[in-house]
Design a protein around this ligand. Structure first.
Ligand SMILES: O=C(O)c1cc(=O)[nH]c(=O)n1[C@@H]1O[C@H](COP(=O)(O)O)[C@@H](O)[C@H]1O
Length: 236
């Protein structure tokens, strides 16, 4: 089954562990982001791996190529499924990240992916604030093609951009889609949102789900509801 990564956006390990255990989510695929990693560091990855979780380590590296190369070499040694950089760091930075990733990577099945346009941004953010003269879909596709050319194994994008990425970058180019919300959910700071069904129907390879589950009054049943929508018909 295609993975659904649960975003463990919690302040520390204690709260994370409590949430996983009390909702019987032991062993599900998880995403570790800046909040948890900056507090707990690499040991949190070892703990989660020891508990059987596959991991998307989301630290979105974005710096000069040499710094990203060295940082990625260290991150790759943690042996996670997915690790990411910002595509806006440019082709040279992504190539450097790939070099570090390959030198440090002990798990041959892991992937380096590039974040295109954050799902919290819309066309207005791009045009009015960042002075980018193209719409989000076009910017995402340009970044995806550049990332592929530079050695990335896939991208982070919204589900709506997956079909054009697959068409232009090939079906094996991996697409991970956050900004997932059920129709009745709050969108919070997300702009380019989609439902798990939309993500599935658009051909996303993995989804990321956070607050719709973690901030829910009934996280366990919400998780089950979302994963049911995400599964292919023949897996139901
Ligand atoms: O790289 C990411 O994971 C990411 C990229 C992006 O464009 N948008 C995005 O929301 N994310 C992450 O995906 C998660 C989404 O969380 P929720 O909005 O709570 O579902 C957060 O941990 C974000 O940091």
């Amino acid at each position: 089954m295609k993975p659904m990564y649960l975003a463990l956006d919690f302040p520390d390990w204690q709260e994370t562990e409590w949430f996983i255990r009390s909702n019987e989510l032991q062993g599900v695929p998880v995403k570790v982001g800046m909040e948890l990693f900056y507090r707990e560091g690499p040991p949190v990855i070892e703990k989660l791996k020891g508990d059987g979780h596959s991991i998307f380590l989301d630290l979105k590296l974005h710096d000069i190529p040499n710094t990203v190369y060295k940082a990625m070499k260290n991150l790759a040694k943690l042996g996670v499924d997915l690790v990411n950089v910002h595509a806006w760091g440019g082709s040279e930075m992504i190539r450097a990240a790939k070099q570090g990733f390959m030198e440090g990577n002990l798990e041959k099945n892991s992937r380096l992916i590039a974040v295109t346009v954050l799902t919290s941004m819309d066309n207005r953010t791009l045009s009015e604030e960042l002075h980018i003269p193209v719409r989000a879909e076009e910017s995402v596709l340009n970044l995806a093609m550049m990332a592929k050319e530079s050695g990335a194994d896939g991208v982070v994008c919204s589900p709506w951009e997956v079909p054009s990425i697959k068409k232009n970058c090939g079906s094996s180019f991996y697409t991970v889609t956050p900004g997932i919300r059920l129709k009745t959910d709050q969108h919070q700071d997300q702009q380019r949102t989609a439902s798990p069904t939309d993500a599935r129907d658009n051909g996303a390879d993995a989804i990321v789900i956070g607050r719709s589950v973690t901030a829910s009054t009934e996280p366990k049943s919400k998780y089950q509801q979302i994963i049911k929508e995400w599964k292919d018909d023949d897996e139901r």
